[in-house]
Ligand binder design. Structure first.
Ligand code: ADE
Length: 226
């Protein structure tokens, strides 16, 4: 899978994919992340990519021309399954969307900046608009990093048995159960006895009950969500 990300602050994206699971995904050839600098596609002087908004108002807007130049040039190399604009007014991202996007071949993520991007680009090029939550970031870069991480780890073959996503929170509409590691007793806080029982059936049942309890208490809204 490839994820191409268009940004005016490409340096913001230099590190998130260079470590841990996503680094291994790249090494295994399962995920390639390309960061594209929007300024490389402008024909305006001094690499200008933004301008004042028509009608007045505070904040600069990313111009349509550099965005279209970039997308049309990238489209010569590959067919994108989705062209995704990261924006606080998009559909809120969740695990179900991450699962579905992890099965695609080529994604293009567009990071906005300043006040936003020219609406005509959204109307004519963007196929999906995604928000990572009800708050406003300075730009789409951190949101693009969140999406790439959540999607990348789900690509078939990226995680092994030990790190399997099947037991992640949200994967089955349940939050994950609590986990413990050594020592067995720290201060006067022992781990639950059942985890030492060696009885895998009993342990599975305990974990399931814990997951249901946790979800009922903390996130009852996801219990019956599809
Ligand atoms: N850009 C700015 N804020 C954002 C958000 N909450 N989600 C996605 N992209 C954004």
């Amino acid at each position: 899978m490839t994820i191409d990300i268009i940004s005016v602050v490409p340096d913001l994206l230099s590190s998130p994919f260079a470590h841990s699971i996503l680094k291994r995904a790249a090494e295994k050839g399962l995920l390639q992340v390309n960061i594209i600098n929007l300024r490389d596609y402008t024909t305006y002087a001094r690499a200008q990519v933004d301008d004042y908004q028509f009608g007045g108002g505070a904040g600069m807007v990313l111009m349509i021309e550099p965005l279209v130049n970039a997308v049309e040039s990238l489209k010569k190399e590959k067919i994108y399954d989705e062209i995704i604009f990261l924006t606080p007014d998009g559909e809120t991202f969740n695990q179900k969307q991450a699962n579905s996007l992890s099965l695609k071949t080529n994604l293009l993520l567009i990071c906005g900046h300043y006040k936003g991007i020219d609406q005509r680009f959204r109307d004519h090029f963007v196929t999906k608009e995604i928000s990572i939550g009800d708050y406003v970031l300075s730009g789409g870069e951190l949101a693009a990093a969140v999406l790439t991480d959540a999607i990348g780890r789900l690509i078939p073959g990226v995680l092994n048995n030990e790190t399997s996503a099947l037991t992640d929170s949200f994967q089955d509409n349940l939050l994950a159960p609590p986990v413990y590691t050594r020592p067995e007793v720290f201060r006067d806080w022992p781990i639950p006895d059942v985890l030492k029982s060696g009885n895998h059936k009993l342990i599975e049942q305990w974990r399931y009950e814990q997951a249901v309890q946790r979800t009922t208490l903390l996130r009852p809204d996801i219990l019956d969500s599809k």
